[in-house]
Ligand binder design. Structure first.
Ligand SMILES: N[C@@H](CCC(=O)N[C@@H](CS)C(=O)NCC(=O)O)C(=O)O
Length: 226
């Protein structure tokens, strides 16, 4: 139980989802979690600003300790609860190196996904261009093929950094979740499809599945032709 932990989060947020998977993997269920609304801009509320002056989610507190960046929270929890729940940093040097490599490719991956999926949200109507849409989609295809290749090289049943589930999966799986949530074809990207189908059955992922997906997903097909 983790009654001395508070997480302020928003549904559909990749950074928040990372932290929720992490808390589950480290068996820290029972923490105080508060769902805030992006629509109502509750991430700029005083409650959030008191913990996170950037006014962003996730905002996280453990006792009097504040850690806000999703990667920072994941590293902090792994370090504080090393011997509890899943061990998420492998001892093997090669696997550990690959884990760090893939983890820090995660934000690049997410940027490429976001540039396509959230284009209309980020770019005001008068500033949208077909050429930019095409460029973003091409960049995403290149990125997807890169991750297909990574998984292909590791072999069937692998996680992102080898045979065990690691911090790389905690931080990158939510990006993969968003991809398939927006209709990515598992036939076209079979390695990512297999990885997604397998990891989404993990108890930590099931327990943290964003309500946002459950509510809206059927109509989302932005990525079906990618
Ligand atoms: N680098 C931060 C990013 C957090 C972030 O961008 N959160 C978004 C929701 S996904 C947010 O709160 N956006 C509101 C804002 O930036 O004003 C992390 O990894 O935790």
């Amino acid at each position: 139980m983790a009654k001395d932990m508070t997480l302020l989060w928003g549904t559909g947020s990749v950074p928040c989802w990372r932290v929720m998977i992490m808390l589950e993997e480290k068996r820290l269920q029972g923490y105080d979690k508060k769902l805030l609304s992006f629509e109502k801009m509750e991430y700029k509320s005083q409650e959030v600003l008191d913990i996170n002056p950037r006014g962003q989610l996730p905002s996280f507190k453990h006792g009097n300790i504040i850690v806000n960046e999703s990667y920072g929270i994941c590293f902090y929890l792994e370090s504080q609860f090393k011997n509890q729940g899943t061990k998420l940093i492998p001892d093997d040097t090669d696997q550990q190196a690959l884990m760090y490599q893939r983890m820090f490719e995660g934000p690049t991956f997410y940027d490429k996904v976001g540039a396509v999926v959230y284009y209309e949200y980020y770019v005001p109507e008068g500033e949208r261009h077909d050429s930019a849409v095409k460029r973003n989609r091409e960049a995403l295809v290149t990125e997807l093929n890169l991750w297909e290749g990574y998984l292909q090289k590791l072999g069937a049943g692998s996680y992102l950094a080898g045979p065990s589930f690691t911090l790389a999966d905690v931080v990158v799986f939510p990006v993969v979740g968003i991809l398939f949530g927006f209709g990515l074809s598992a036939e076209r990207y079979p390695k990512l499809g297999e990885y997604h189908a397998r990891v989404k059955e993990r108890p930590s992922v099931k327990a943290s599945w964003p309500p946002y997906f459950v509510e809206g997903q059927e109509d989302w097909d932005t990525l079906k032709d990618i």
